[in-house]
Ligand binder design. Structure first.
Ligand SMILES: O=C(CO)COP(=O)(O)O
Length: 265
């Protein structure tokens, strides 16, 4: 499999930072993205998912840097009496490019089942947002079993959008639940095998052309260059909190294309 022309590097800040801390982090990321050849040269497509209140100022701070913003969640409905919810239409209006759906924490802590994940995936797509659809096996298992489960999760998540005729490219984030918040990511062999199965499944479906499969779950510096072309990038959590680590991952994105950054990897 040839290596794609670019990798996707996403960061979810979850609810780790305060408001001002998030904006300071965005300023640092904007500075890095502005000058880093992986971003300026189009080798890395970067998105960040801060919490809702920071989306508007974060989009302002990152404007013109090539880094897109997105939300960590969205409502399955576009408007109406849904107290506390934020719609895909609103997210689009304020400049979001992405909406995360189906993260393990939302499935586990907020009881989002397959039906909710499918409805939210459809809401993202019909509002012109790229879903960052998280899938992953709960317990350690072999790669074949993990892949079968993940493919089934993607298929189920896309059912509503398929019925509505609004399928479009998405980012599938393969996040084994047991590797989230852990000291170490899954092994490169396991990641490659599961991502290959997901990429093969996506490749056979026309409306999904342009979709990416990325890996998340304790991903950080040193992982990307140990993965193969089946893995379209990384979905980062804690190990992007330090902007220097984020920059190192961009250096690694350059190295993947045989263009190491001076002083980098
Ligand atoms: O869940 C994740 C990204 O959404 C991964 O988080 P960690 O990298 O902190 O384990």
């Amino acid at each position: 499999m040839p290596r794609p022309a670019s990798v996707t590097i996403g960061v979810s800040l979850k609810m780790y930072f305060g408001h001002h801390e998030t904006l300071n982090w965005c300023r640092r990321i904007a500075d890095i993205a502005d000058r880093h050849p992986a971003v300026t040269g189009g080798l890395a497509e970067v998105f960040v998912l801060p919490s809702f209140p920071t989306l508007v100022p974060a989009a302002g701070l990152l404007a013109g840097t090539g880094v897109r913003v997105g939300a960590q969640d969205l409502c399955a409905h576009d408007a109406g009496a849904y107290t506390g919810e934020v719609s895909g239409a609103q997210l689009k209006e304020i400049g979001c490019g992405y909406a995360e759906v189906g993260h393990a924490e939302r499935r586990r802590l907020f009881h989002e089942d397959e039906a909710v994940v499918a409805a939210k995936t459809a809401a993202a797509l019909r509002n012109g947002l790229t879903p960052v659809l998280c899938v992953g096996e709960p317990e350690r298992t072999d790669a074949a079993q993990a892949a079968a489960r993940c493919v089934a999760e993607v298929e189920s998540a896309l059912a509503d959008a398929e019925r509505a005729g609004t399928l479009g490219p998405l980012v599938v984030a393969y996040e084994p639940q047991w590797a989230i918040g852990a000291p170490e990511p899954a092994s490169p062999e396991h990641i490659r095998a599961v991502c290959a199965a997901l990429a093969a499944w996506l490749a056979g479906r026309g409306p999904l052309a342009g979709s990416r499969v990325v890996y998340g779950g304790s991903a950080g510096p040193g992982l990307l260059t140990r993965l193969g072309p089946e893995v379209g990038g990384l979905f980062l959590g804690r190990f992007a909190h330090d902007p220097a680590a984020f920059e190192q991952i961009l250096d690694e994105a350059m190295a993947l294309h045989g263009t190491p950054v001076a002083g980098g990897v």
